[in-house]
Design a protein around this ligand. Sequence first.
Ligand code: PLP
Length: 377
Amino acid sequence: MTYLDHAATSPPRREVLEAVWPYLTQVTGNPSSAHEAGRAAKAGLDAARQAIADVLGARPGEVVLTAGGTEADNLAVTGIATAAPRGRHVVVSAIEHPAVLETARALRRSGFALDVVGVDADGVVDVEQLRALVRPDTTLVSVMYANNEIGTVQPLAEVSAVCRPLGVPLHTDAVQAAAHLPLDVDALGVDALSASAHKFGGLRGAGFLWVRSSVPLEPLLHGGGQERGRRSGTTDVASAVGTAVALHGAQAVRAAEAERLTALRERLVEGVLASVPGARLTGSRTRRLPGHASFCFAGVGGEAVLAELEGHGIACSSGSACSADSEDASHVLLATGLDADLARTAVRFTLGPTSTAEDVEAVLRVLPAAVRTAGGR
Ligand code: PLP
């Protein structure tokens, strides 16, 4: 199979499996236990937390381990917005993942004011509109680092320059960015950052939220007070170890991989635009994740194209895997100004560590006929 759906999930890195195994078979204590087995587990957990913090240029105590990106986003949005004493107003971008957008809408149902900042045709957030929306009682701004559907990378430094002087905490969903972009939180100018391990070669159902120690956080899960009271529940040490090893592995090869994947993506984008009539790239041509190529094929349903490609052994996605069941046109593509009919034709190819030039050629060989057949032409 030609797997070009790394934004949905990417296989665990080999070194992750090797690092995790001893924590499933030998070091199996509860890290909160006061005996030797517990201490050994805690040592592994502490090392993993430190390793994650090192990548972020942060302190280990600021890293809250979670069961994935969705939980990290929920904890960030609800936890920061509700803990802040200064008011009840949040601002999120129009192209956030549902893990942020729906959490913000849930806050609105509980009495918060919510403003949604728009994006331009490339999917880049409107920083001037954001400036106009932020108020003295704003408790959180959330703008994703890179978008899952169209790959657009946001100007976080500019967003931070709006929030910082006003003392408004800035959260970024870095779930798609973590495998591909720098994660130094001070350089980014953010106050909270979410990540999901399976997007960078860790295990599914694992992730973390980093929150600057000066930013109060109200927990979502109450209980035994693990994770410094910010996320109760027995910590999954093996997953945390896997997350740390995966993050280091991905970041160690980041620059070389970015160059390799950008070249493959460019070949794919140029090839598709040249060979498929009516094809259009969604998102920005340049401001995008290295291995991310997303298209609309006017008049041809995205799901039908996927089915044709699958018949040729190619696995990719229509927009985002998370909303693959939804009949609705993508809120991301609508926010960039596409009409609903065109938005329903979206097809996304996302490359990762296992992707090769041959994978790209395989797509270019079959896609023109696949689009023709799917469109009944
Ligand atoms: N945020 C973004 C941008 C994503 O792409 C995803 C998943 O695709 C998530 C959050 C949620 O992550 P998870 O499904 O691992 O909880």
